[in-house]
Design a protein around this ligand. Structure first.
Ligand code: C2E
Ligand code: MG
Ligand code: MG
Ligand code: MG
Length: 292
């Protein structure tokens, strides 16, 4: 009997599935324990396309796992989202990143700080308090903080989203819609919300490149045109090549982010990087074009 049930298990759970289940359990257990102390934040530059100046950074969490090394967020955040651990994690992130931004501002480096907020936290009562506490503790001006929400987190419950956004707006923080172009939210609904920034997902950039090689990318230009009309700032994500840069500039995007302009980097690398940019003339786009 043991043998046959063993065979059944093999049949039902492939090694890959079993490994995935084991990993999920490990993540859930560790995140309840000391893993939160092993989280690190990397910062990726966000660059103005008109001047090439650094506008700010986006905080991207990683897990310095004791045995597996530095882990990307997609390996553990979905589990954290399911277990609810994403809320204390983001609370910690808000504290950490606003403190960093305030520290850098004190040293003459004014950077707008973008933090990703998951759907689960966005729909929780505590978000507003967590943001307020982070701002109070750090002393960072509210308008230097950008909360990045995904299309889906605002589309789930539009009425509630509108209320929550109104409260955040009163606090003075900015709100960006992340990964635009990957969801199926109604444009009318999305643009009726008080959002300040639209981050165009890199999949749209790739699509624009395919459809209109050499052209400015009609879809991209149309989206940017829409944001212009509505007074929303646009950020193009995933700029990897000079051609991407050319395309998003031609489309009229306000800001851009991507490996060509700057990789996510540890906090202590940020001031050095800014200094390098300053010495090169302050124009990250020109540096990127020159292959520096
Ligand atoms: P996102 O917010 O859209 O972040 C952009 C992702 O694109 C980051 O991946 C970044 O490293 C990556 N990226 C930047 N430039 C390029 C490029 O030129 N090419 C390519 N191929 N990728 C680029 P990362 O750090 O792995 O984060 C993945 C996602 O995980 C984020 O997507 C965000 O949704 C989520 N995430 C990251 N940190 C946090 C966090 O602190 N809280 C929450 N709730 N989610 C987070
Ligand atoms: Mg983001
Ligand atoms: Mg994004
Ligand atoms: Mg994305």
């Amino acid at each position: 009997a043991a043998k046959s049930s063993g065979r059944d298990r093999v049949h039902l759970f492939s090694p890959a599935l079993r490994e995935a289940a084991r990993w999920r359990l490990e993540v859930a257990t560790r995140l309840r324990g000391d893993a939160i102390d092993q989280l690190v934040v990397h910062y990726q530059p966000v660059v103005r396309l008109d001047t090439g100046e650094v506008d700010g950074v986006e905080a991207l969490v990683r897990w310095q796992h004791p045995e597996r090394g530095l882990l990307a967020p997609d390996t553990f955040l979905s589990v954290a989202e399911e277990t609810g651990q994403i809320i204390p994690i983001t609370r910690w992130l808000l504290r950490e990143t606003t403190r960093k931004a305030a520290e850098w501002a004190d040293r003459g480096m004014d950077l707008r700080m973008s933090v990703n907020v998951s759907a689960r936290h966005f729909s929780a009562e505590t978000l507003v308090r967590d943001v307020r506490v982070a701002l109070q503790h750090s002393g960072l001006p509210a308008d230097q903080l950008v909360l990045e929400l995904t299309e889906t987190s605002v589309a789930e419950d539009p009425t509630r989203a509108e209320d929550q956004l109104a409260v955040l707006r009163r606090l003075g923080v900015r709100v960006a819609i992340d990964d635009f172009g990957t969801g199926w939210s109604s444009l009318a609904q999305l643009f009726s919300l008080p959002i300040g920034t639209l981050k165009i997902d890199r999949s749209l950039l790739a699509a624009a490149e395919r459809v209109a090689a050499g052209d400015t990318g009609a879809v991209l230009a149309a989206i940017v045109g829409l944001t212009r009309t509505l007074g929303i700032r646009s950020v193009a994500e995933g700029i990897e090549t000079p051609e991407h840069l050319r395309m998003v500039r031609a489309a009229g995007c306000d800001l851009a982010q991507g490996w060509l302009l700057g990789h996510p980097m540890p906090a202590d690398r940020v001031p050095t990087w800014l200094e390098e940019v300053r010495r090169a003339g302050g124009d990250v786009c020109a540096m990127a074009a020159a292959g520096q």
